[in-house]
Design a binder for this molecule. Structure first.
Ligand SMILES: [Zn+2]
Length: 623
């Protein structure tokens, strides 16, 4: 740095000291993990207060045991693991990206009309409180859906930026509006509470059908909508025949109701009063309202539009791709690329919400421009765009919803991009449990795993015991559990175990083992993961694999009480060959006299199973 630059730098620093005494000694940092938990204290045992995403800035207040006490731009204070942030140069102190999106409306900064200020310094203005507005009355509205447009937006107790924050919502999340006060919207949260969101941080979501008492509001312009009412088994299909005609039919495909609309409103409406109990139809510029004889309760589980797009690659050289399909629903979306034989591909994550899949030796030939892009405004995968990026490389740009996780899984003849949005629970998750050993591998080798010295307990038996208990707990919570084995003597290779996870498009893979060492004093629990930089497809999952391993490690230590040997990394076959997030749990040491005795008790096997179960529960709560 030249001394001239240095002096400017120092004078900038002085200015900051003068202007912002509170910030002057705070070290700023940028979040490097894709979605990072902000916790109440400096350990993963502490509760998650909120989350921040990659690229956002925080101020470090203090540091302790690998954790940083940080202040977010909304003044929330919490703890973040040091590994998940990068310290910024001091002169970045004042350039803070807002997080969450402040719900105070942007106010034009008054420019003093007097002398020009010598050095323009970017100073974060404390956002002025909006001038008190006359109390506005709360207006109840016919429920409609909005989609969040800010990256993270607060839901508050009342329609005022000073009121308590109940929770926050993420970009792309949909909320149902029941009332308005000024520009604030009264929304209902998934847990049933009601709160207020700044209307200017939302946009109307036209794809959502809003159930309301005994009327249904269907947005015009939405095609191929399937509604399922779980309460009485009724299913309604709404399909657009052409631009202005809508047909509603039941699952039996018998047409009950046809509504034709044009720009002036209803053209014709034919209804049959039938088992549905349709009482009336009314049309507004962008909605059709149906009212029913009886209150009509929809649950969250209705299925939104199933969009299936087929992109055909007319000319391909060695790769033999014949089609690409996007199948999207609320929580899970699949992009399926079918090919003859195995596909060569590489993936790269661009930020937290974009994934590139590059397919070499491929040439894109499309018959119309709309084959290039397929988009939906719900679910984890929002858009797939095909692009020829060089003469023989086709790139698929996949846009993900905020917080979505996308696994890339290759199977013979298919490449699957499986996106999902967490529902905060184990319900519906596909978990592959792999009790180690106990199979017959290549050459007819029967593998007992480690064998205890004193009681001669075999690893294959104790880990099967733990896994079966774990399976029962997971199934009780609504998870879909796939076991690589439930008994002894199955023919299965290590690659075959991983393939079970890949083929089933599992959410996670958990291999259960017992450790062994020539040192009989060795004891304790550890969880292994594998995601090296040299393997980009695994490295892309590095954060999520680490989180899974950490959550399970913390919980098994808590539950079974053995020594904490921490999360470790190793190139184990089942970890290397699984294309979905995977871990290998070394529960305890069979070679240790004390731990072998514990393995001989049902209570200890249950504690281990409970620990892994709690770890998975924590993981899926946050993912
Ligand atoms: Zn083992």
């Amino acid at each position: 740095m030249s001394s001239f630059k240095k002096s400017i730098f120092i004078s900038l620093l002085m200015w900051m000291l003068i202007l912002l005494p509170n910030y002057a000694f705070a070290q700023d940092a940028e979040i490097t993990g894709s979605i990072v938990n902000v916790r109440g204290g400096p350990s993963t045992q502490n509760t998650v207060i909120t989350k921040v995403v990659k690229g956002q800035n925080v101020s470090i207040i203090s540091e302790q045991n690998g954790w940083c006490n940080v202040k977010l731009s909304n003044n929330t204070v919490g703890w973040i693991s040091q590994d998940l942030l990068k310290k910024l140069a001091v002169n970045n102190t004042n350039i803070q990206k807002p997080l969450p999106v402040p719900d105070a409306k942007p106010v034009p900064v008054p420019v003093p009309a007097s002398k020009p200020v010598p050095t323009p310094i970017p100073v974060p203005k404390p956002v002025p409180n909006p001038a008190p507005t006359p109390a506005k009355t709360i207006v109840n509205v016919a429920p409609y859906a909005v989609s969040v447009t800010g990256s993270i937006v607060n839901i508050r107790q009342s329609s005022d930026t000073n009121s308590a924050i109940l929770t926050s919502v993420k970009l792309g999340e949909n909320l149902t509006v029941y009332g308005k006060q000024g520009e604030w919207l009264n929304v209902k949260l998934s847990d049933g509470r009601s709160g207020w969101i700044a209307g200017w941080l939302t946009k109307e979501a036209h794809s959502v059908v809003t159930p309301t008492g005994n009327t249904l509001r269907l947005p015009i312009g939405n095609r191929n909508l399937v509604l399922t009412n779980l309460d009485n088994g009724l299913k309604i299909n709404l399909s657009g025949v052409n631009e202005n005609d809508y047909t509603l039919s039941t699952t039996t495909n018998q047409t009950d109701l046809i509504i034709k609309v044009n720009n002036n409103g209803v053209k014709s409406a034919k209804k049959s009063i039938n088992t549905w109990g349709v009482k009336d139809i009314s049309i507004e510029p962008s909605y059709i309202y149906l009212s029913f004889d009886k209150p009509f309760t929809f649950t969250d589980s209705y299925v939104r539009s199933q969009l299936e797009a087929n992109i055909t690659f007319a000319k391909v050289q060695a790769q033999g791709i014949n089609k690409i399909k996007l199948n999207a629903s609320n929580e899970k979306s699949i992009v399926q690329i079918s090919a003859k034989g195995n596909l060569e591909y590489t993936t790269s994550n661009v930020g937290t919400s974009k994934l590139y899949v590059d397919i070499p030796k491929a040439e894109l030939k499309l018959s119309s421009a709309n084959e290039l892009e397929q988009a939906v405004n719900y679910g984890p995968i929002r858009k797939v765009l095909a692009k020829q990026i060089s003469s023989d490389i086709v790139r698929l740009e996949v846009d993900l919803a905020s917080g979505a996780i996308c696994n890339v899984i290759e199977n013979d003849g298919y490449l699957i991009l499986a996106g999902r949005l967490g529902n905060g629970s184990l319900k519906g998750k596909t978990i592959v449990l792999d009790p180690g050993h106990g199979t017959i591998g290549t050459g007819g080798f029967s593998d007992p795993g480690a064998v205890g010295r004193d009681l001669k307990l075999r690893e294959k038996d104790v880990v099967l015991g733990i896994s079966l208990k774990l399976r029962d707990s997971l199934v009780k919570e609504g998870a879909n559990v796939i076991m690589t084995r439930t008994s002894d003597g199955k023919y299965l290779s290590l690659e075959g175990r991983a393939a079970i996870a890949n083929k089933s498009n599992a959410d996670v893979f958990v291999s259960v083992h017992a450790n062994s060492s020539t040192n009989r004093a060795a004891n304790g629990s550890s969880v292994y993961m594998y995601a090296p930089y040299s393997k980009p497809n695994l490295y892309n999952q590095r954060n999520i694999r680490k989180e899974l391993a950490t959550d399970i490690q913390n919980e098994i230590v808590k539950s079974a009480g053995r020594k904490n040997l921490g999360v470790k990394e190793a190139n184990f076959s089942v970890l290397r060959n699984t294309q979905v997030p995977s871990v290998l749990v070394e529960t305890a040491f069979l070679s240790n006299p004390e731990e072998e005795k514990l393995f001989n008790t049902d209570g200890f096997l249950q504690k281990m199973a409970d620990g892994i179960f709690n770890g998975l529960k924590t993981f899926f709560k946050n993912n």
